[in-house]
Design a protein around this ligand. Sequence first.
Ligand code: ZN
Length: 428
Amino acid sequence: MGSREERHRHHHDLVPLAALISRELKNEKMERPTVRYGSAAQSRKGEDYFFMKTDCQRVPGNPSTFFSVFGIFDGHNGSAAAIFSRDHLLNYVLDAIPRGLGRDEWLHALPRALVAGFVKTDKEFQSKGKTSGTTATFVIVDGWTVTVASVGDSRCILDAQGGGVSVLTVDHRLEENAEERERVTASGGEVGRLSIFGGTEVGPLRCWPGGLCLSRSIGDMDVGEFIVPIPYVKQVKLSSTGGRLIIASDGIWDALSSEMAAKSCRGLPADLASQLVVKEALRTRGLKDDTTCIVVDIIPPDNRVPPPPTPKKYTKLKALLFRKKSYGSANKLSMKLASVGIVEELFEEGSAMLAERLGNDDTSGQTSSLFVCAVCQADLAPNEGISVHAGSIFSMSSKPWQGPFLCADCRNKKDAMEGKRPSGVRVV
Ligand SMILES: [Zn+2]
């Protein structure tokens, strides 16, 4: 897994041609895209919440470092977890990014900070002793770079200008995700359907105790802790022709495929587009669930008329481009395709193991962050921190005395998520 990070870091070494390099430099100098957005919602249970903030600054006081954040939180068993996440997740993520980073380093640090922020939000919410849980799909747009982190089944899709539709999230539904079923079972959960009337099984696969259909969420303290808040994270860079993001709760996706949603609103401005997607979902399925949709357009600054889509050619390119990168050669291939001008995949990771997601602290050893908990950012006394790698299978390849470090509380949380202690039991 470390190798993926390494590939990410050495990305630029793979650009083979001077032409590509100069193009890249030109791109950096190029003006940033305009972001336009709109949202629409139809409520049934009142448990969907959303978040939109377009005036965030990477360097406080410097408006040229602005970025935008969008989020959807689809609550269950109440709305407290969704509201808490909407109000705190962004700050917890930003707290986990080291200070003083340049733009590229900041974007590089983002996937890890998102993991820390999601886990901290879950931990803080659970400490309030309230029930309820929520999905979270959180999207950060900085220039042409889009970073998406998600738990649960609220999806984010990308309709790339001049390209086609791709999904930037995975659904953490037990019914559809065999890998997650295996993980939950191995951590001590039981996966099965509701049974009624003498054993007849009904409905989707659920996890017991608790009966949740999702394998990841924020909150849900009455469910086993193997229902983890560790997000799937994907980071992509759009070409200079831009694209459209559609972020929505399952009320949309149970009614419309990604392609249907994208097609239903092409050519319309973001605010009308979001309304139309909701309308289309209701027309197809009726109002069976909370239905929320955010549309975000990333528009080239000079308002160039984008080239018309070329669906056939694109399908082939997309298949190659979004193929899982496992080998150096595949990586080189995507770089070449990216230079053709579609979408460049910068980062993708979905593991539920905290040690794997926080990685080795090889970059910040010289800073004071050595003595800060990598999840909750609490200060640690010199002998207090426990390496995230201690006692894990990953410690074979990394040094258990190396950071990042966790406070005792976050270490307990990590063990619980991995099924190493019964959930709900506090280790003092
Ligand atoms: Zn901590």
